[in-house]
Design a protein. Structure first.
Lengths: 534, 661
């Protein structure tokens, strides 16, 4: 194999159909495993403190088998889940988690996604045998670094904030105080961060109690083989899904808004029920935060597979057996430390989905929708309240969805790799020194077409205390493309105004200090249209 | 007075009335969706005696639910703060299905040309940011009037904190002579989108629901002079029809609430502190967890539109008797989400259904008896069920009997997950609870589910097949109100001051409906949370509130932080009147029930396939005992008693199923 590329093919499944478990047993276990993650999700949401978790639901929970393969999950943020199966193998590289241990990490190259997504992992034991792991990831509004929100202003990973390789947060049920101290010393709102991390641990605890119940009831052997069967089932399902596709190959490319308009190239091939994705030719990793890495690139592929399966595809990493991914090393799509990745997660991952759908649209003309807004419009700001307490806020803004062969695009909706909610205006204003002046649809921003692209959104804030603010986002230079003759969606446009001054354009990624009375207005992109307009 | 309970469902309208000899009669008629009162009045004709006798009807209706789901709503103008005209269209910005390539996002469909913005603004602390001027009020009234609304919804930012501006707008708009719903009256709670959807739904329903229910009352009075009509609300209590139509959004879950309310009343009578309910229908199954002392009321949603008009915590899954079985790409047998519906229905109905359903599987496993369905009026066709299941079995390369068994196991697994979600997932222990099962098919799965969750046992209430209608007669007159408070937990006296005005308001409303002042029972409920947390816990106000909060927090969320401040998130007041329950305690006499036949039945995880005795519930008297394996049939419901389980009819005419220890 070429030294520059690495093949991500996962081991082959045992192809036996329903051998070890009957149809009914597989369902029973599938639901039981999901119940464990349901319970974790409930515990995490109810106990968390920061709006980003309790209101926007920017978290995910998963159950993994002993080798770290995804067996069940709840509350899905696609970018969290499609990458979850990369985590445990990294933990196991130089650790041997024991009962009562909790491992914390956020290092993108050691099982994380980007630094804000703080991940905790707990092993599940039956006697001395490790049966699996529980994991949850929650996006912390701030993880230190150059700017409030930790997603802008950095040249590399070091500038993006606190980097945590897999380390013990709890050992044999006891906190490792030094780790908590380092964590709290490096973030801008230590109280919220600690409370959220505690909530994450409480969720693991609840999940492991439930899992222990299951083991007592069904026995370790049954549980282990059910997890293996679920994995095989996922793999079988995905292969069957692709098996009817003709042998074909197509090449596409697109650029990012980042510095130097970096390029992503994709060659998609279908062969014998398998999808081969080759990203050779994509730009080398770049300074700044636009790079993705292996786990995040894989999660974009996982998402597209799920979308092809129309939600019927079992959500286990077994489905990735139907795919091989070829990534050039040290590139935009498989970056190596210490390149920055904060926006790779939220922006480049969206562009990867656009690219994959563009390729499928070329293979099957007229069957795939136009591009959606293609960004998460990350708004980050932080400062100090009148009473001296610090605050940091992060939110992602909806935009237009791409129109498709069957329908107009939906307006003001999250697309593809995220589905987080907004924080209610009344909650925002109760907790932070600001006022939301406007929240409305951005008329006629969706691309025209036989089916119209969805409209973007306008959201405007006035701040009552000084804040440092950044909008980290794309589709500020290249429009969300229409499809099948449909027109492109409108570009996004962000602007700021100091008190008593007119609005001026705010370039993406630029950090500004706004005085009290300062304003920001974000206009999010429209979705692409589909089909020639009448 | 002749008391009748009527439950209008999607397929059937059930009516239950008490005959002169004290026995209860069920009438089941097809629902007349175009004009629901038609089937209801026909059912009354079949039950009620001479027309001189006034009827006292309690009614559970799906009218509001269906109107919201189908969009057949009144013409509403939506009035909101300047800058937020698209509040309803943007919602919480999430999509319904994460993996849909052409996603949908369920949000209220309010035409943009019927939205009016108002120059006004309040802050979160209740202070005025921009004053609402008299000129502006006049302008808004003119703008609204020009759009010729049938009803008006007003939702201003932070109106939960201070209703000043909404009140002014309300006074002026009410002169237009159409219903005006103000968000601080409908749902005085924080979160603008959810408060706005609730207010919008209330206004949109007002014209249609008012018409339908007053139409029913007129029809009733035309034949039975001086009749009265009470309507079940989502919160499990009833209101006089005149009050119910004032805020029809409170009827959004009127249909399913009837059964839950009755289950609660029975649980209190029987002394079951915690129950879970299982109401299995044709296309879906409703489950709920209820503490009988303080049942939770939560925000609900209809068609994915959130509503703060709180209701009993019903959780639905798309598995019912008509759910279709199929094989997916991965070669795995699946049950649902597709359903055979009412037409053609399961293959065994013989109405042209060719695909296997859960009901067909029950029939083949000997759990449903072909000649005892609906009292024998509706014979089931075993051969048609066999054909459908055999066909499915062939595609899986396995026999029909095994396939039928797997269909039942898969359907049960879906229901088990739903029961786990409302209990374990929320930090509650199912081992403390009894499973109350009703609806025609609940009894087919109940013992099995009770065993899988380690529950205490099963209660199948009287008239299980029409329990929602029957139970309506036992539901109390009720008023309930929740409002956001959002501050550090105040002391007992300050809390009392918060509650007092609402208590007197709600008491007065019930007095106006004819409830005796002395009979009124008041519950003052606080909704507490740890500082800044999302998780809100409901407790009755009283001494040692902090201690009780931390203890409950530990139990439900797995940890507590007594060192951190406790916040009063909201207060709820519930005032109940009394009603004459349709059941009374009877003397029991221990006796063995007599079977009317026997056959073979499959019991799943509860035991081997074996010879099983059949019993008729109507022939059982309180105290009657049956040892499993057995099948107990009654009009429109069947209960399976597995091996090593015992069934007994208790003093409340409830069939109780307990595992033999």
């Amino acid at each position: 194999m070429d030294r520059r590329t690495r093949c991500l093919e996962l081991p082959n499944p045992a192809a036996a159909i329903m051998k070890r478990q009957s149809h009914a047993a597989l369902h029973v276990f599938r639901h039981l495993f999901a119940s464990v993650t349901d319970e974790m999700g409930f515990a995490l949401r109810q106990s968390a403190v920061s709006p980003n978790i309790k209101e926007r639901l920017d978290y995910s929970c998963a159950l993994l088998d002993a080798s770290g393969r995804l067996a069940a999950h709840a509350a899905f943020i696609p970018v969290h889940l499609g990458s979850a199966h990369h985590t445990v193998p990294e933990v196991l590289k130089d650790m041997d988690p024991q009962p009562g241990d909790v491992i914390v990490l956020n290092d993108p190259h050691r099982g994380g996604t980007h630094l804000n997504d703080v991940t905790v992992v707990a092993p599940l034991f039956h006697g001395k045998i490790r049966l699996g792991f529980l994991l949850n990831r929650a996006h912390h509004a701030d993880i230190g670094g150059a700017e409030p929100g930790s997603m802008s202003g950095a040249r590399d990973l070091f500038g993006e904030g606190l980097r945590i390789p897999p380390v013990h947060l709890r050992r044999a049920g006891k906190d490792v105080p030094e780790v908590w101290q380092i964590f709290q010393a490096n973030v801008r709102d230590p109280y919220s961060a600690q409370a959220d991390l505690l909530a994450q641990c409480a969720a693991l605890h609840r999940g492991s109690l439930r899992f222990t119940d299951l083991v007592q009831r069904y026995g370790a052997k049954e549980i282990t083989s059910a997890m293996a069967d679920l994995f095989d089932y996922g793999s079988r399902f995905a292969r069957k899904l692709l098996s009817d596709w003709p042998k074909q190959s197509v090449e596409v490319s697109d650029t990012l808004d980042g510095p130097g308009t970096p390029l992503i190239k994709l060659k998609l091939q279908i062969q014998k029920g398998k999808l081969h994705l080759d990203f050779t030719g994509s730009s080398a990793q770049i300074p700044g935060s636009w790079n993705t890495h292996r786990a995040v690139t894989t999660s974009a592929v996982f998402y597209v597979l799920q979308a092809l399966g129309k939600g019927a595809l079992p959500e286990t990493s077994g489905t990735l057996n139907a795919v091989s991914i070829q990534l050039p090393s040290a590139s935009l799509v498989d970056s190596q430390a210490p390149s920055g990745v904060a926006l790779g997660n939220v922006e480049t991952s969206q562009r990867l989905v656009d690219l994959l759908l563009q390729a499928l649209g070329k293979l099957f003309p007229g069957q795939y929708p136009a591009a959606s807004q293609g960004t998460m419009n990350n708004l980050l700001f932080g400062g100090t309240r009148a009473d001296g307490t610090p605050f940091v806020h992060y939110e992602t803004l909806a935009g237009g969805a791409g129109a498709g062969p069957h329908s107009h695009g939906v307006s003001a909706v999250q697309s593809h790799m995220t589905n987080t909610r907004n924080t209610p205006v009344e909650v925002l204003e109760s907790e932070l020194p600001l006022r939301v002046e406007q929240l409305s649809l951005r008329k006629n921003s969706g691309g025209r077409g036989k089916h119209r692209g969805g409209d973007g959104m306008i959201k405007a804030f006035t701040f009552l205390q000084p804040v440092r603010l950044t909008v980290a986002a794309s589709r500020r230079h290249s429009k969300p493309p229409g499809s099948n003759g449909g027109q492109d969606g409108k570009l996004a446009f962000d602007s700021i105004a100091q008190p008593e001054s007119p609005f001026r354009r705010l370039p993406p990624g630029e950090s500004v200090l706004l005085e009290p009375g300062g304003r920001v207005r974000i206009q999010t992109p429209g979705g692409g249209g589909w089909g020639k307009p009448k | 007075m002749f008391r009748i309970g009527v439950d209008t469902g999607g397929t059937f309208t059930d009516a239950v009335g008490q005959l002169e000899d004290g026995s209860w009669q069920i009438v089941k008629l097809p629902t007349t969706a175009q004009r629901p009162s038609k089937a209801i009045l026909a059912a009354v004709d079949q039950l009620a005696p001479a027309s001189s006798v006034p009827v006292e009807m309690v009614h559970g209706t799906t009218h509001a639910t269906n109107a919201l789901l189908t969009g057949k709503l009144g013409k509403v103008v939506f009035v909101t703060t300047e800058g937020f005209r698209d509040l309803l269209a943007i919602g919480r910005q999430d999509r319904d299905d994460v993996y849909a390539l052409e996603p949908s996002a369920s949000r209220p469909r309010q035409p943009p040309q019927r939205i009016v913005e108002v120059k006004e603004r309040m802050a979160a602390d209740g202070s005025v940011v921009q004053k609402l001027s008299a000129t502006e009020i006049r302008r808004v009234v003119e703008a609204v009037k020009a759009k010729k609304p049938e009803a008006i919804a007003v939702a201003c930012l932070h109106a939960y904190a201070t209703p000043l501006h909404e009140k002014k707008l309300g006074r002026a708009l009410r002169k237009l002579g159409v219903p005006v719903m103000l968000s601080h009256e409908v749902a005085p709670e924080i979160r603008e989108y959810e408060r706005a959807t609730t207010t919008w739904a209330d206004a949109s329903l007002a014209p249609v629901v008012r018409r339908a229910l007053l139409d029913l009352l007129d029809g009733l009075k035309a034949k039975h002079h001086a009749s009265t009509l009470r309507i079940m609300r989502s919160d499990g209590g009833t209101a006089a029809v005149e009050a119910a139509v004032e805020h029809p959004v409170t009827l959004a879950l009127s249909g399913p609430a009837g059964g839950l309310s009755a289950a609660l009343a029975l649980a209190q009578a029987r002394g079951d502190a915690q129950i879970m309910t299982l109401d299995m229908g044709g296309t879906s199954t409703d489950v709920a967890w209820l503490d009988s002392a303080l049942p939770e009321n939560r925000p609900i949603s209809v068609g994915r539109i959130p509503l703060l008009a709180r209701g009993l915590p019903i959780h639905s899954v798309g598995t019912g008797g008509g759910s279709l079985a199929s094989v997916d790409y991965g070669g795995l047998l699946q049950v649902g989400p597709e359903s055979a519906g009412a037409i053609p229905g399961p293959a065994c109905y013989g109405r042209g259904g060719k695909r296997a359903t859960v009901t067909d599987a029950h029939l083949l496993c000997g759990r449903l008896l072909p000649n005892a369905f609906l009292g024998g009026d509706f014979p089931l066709q075993t051969s048609a069920a066999m054909e459908a299941v055999e066909k499915l079995g062939r595609s899986l390369n396995q026999p029909a009997a095994l396939t039928a068994q797997q269909i039942l196991q898969i359907a049960s697994a879906d229901m088990e997950r739903a029961l786990r979600q409302v209990s374990l997932a929320e930090g509650r222990d199912p081992r403390d609870a009894m499973l109350y099962s009703f609806g025609g098919a609940g009894g087919l799965h109940a013992a099995w589910l009770s065993e899988r969750l380690g529950m205490r046992g099963v209660v199948v209430p009287p008239l299980a097949g029409a329990f929602s209608a029957f139970g309506l007669l036992g539901a109390p007159p009720r008023r309930r109100l929740t409002r956001s408070v959002l501050r550090d937990l105040p002391n007992a006296r300050a809390r009392k001051n918060l509650f007092t005005p609402y208590i007197s308001q709600l008491k007065q409303e019930l007095k106006n409906e004819g409830c005796a002042p002395r009979s009124l029972k008041v519950k003052s409920i606080v909704e507490l949370r740890g500082q800044g947390q999302a998780g809100v816990l409901s407790l009755q106000d009283g001494p040692k509130l902090r201690e009780r909060f931390h203890a409950l927090h530990q139990k439900r969320f797995g940890f507590s932080r007594p060192d951190r401040p406790v916040e009063l998130h909201a207060i709820s007041v519930q005032v109940d009147g009394t009603t004459i329950a349709p059941w009374e305690k009877q003397k029991t006499r221990k006796q063995n029930a007599k079977s009317w036949g026997s056959g073979r039945c499959w019991f799943g995880t509860c035991g081997q396939d074996q010879e099983t005795q059949y019993f008729a519930r109507e022939a059982m008297r309180p105290g009657a005992v049956i040892h499993g394996p057995a099948i107990i049939t009654e009009y429109s419901a069947t209960t399976v008693v597995p091996p090593r389980w015992t069934a007994a009819l208790d003093a409340w005419n409830c069939l109780t199923l307990l595992p033999q220890s």
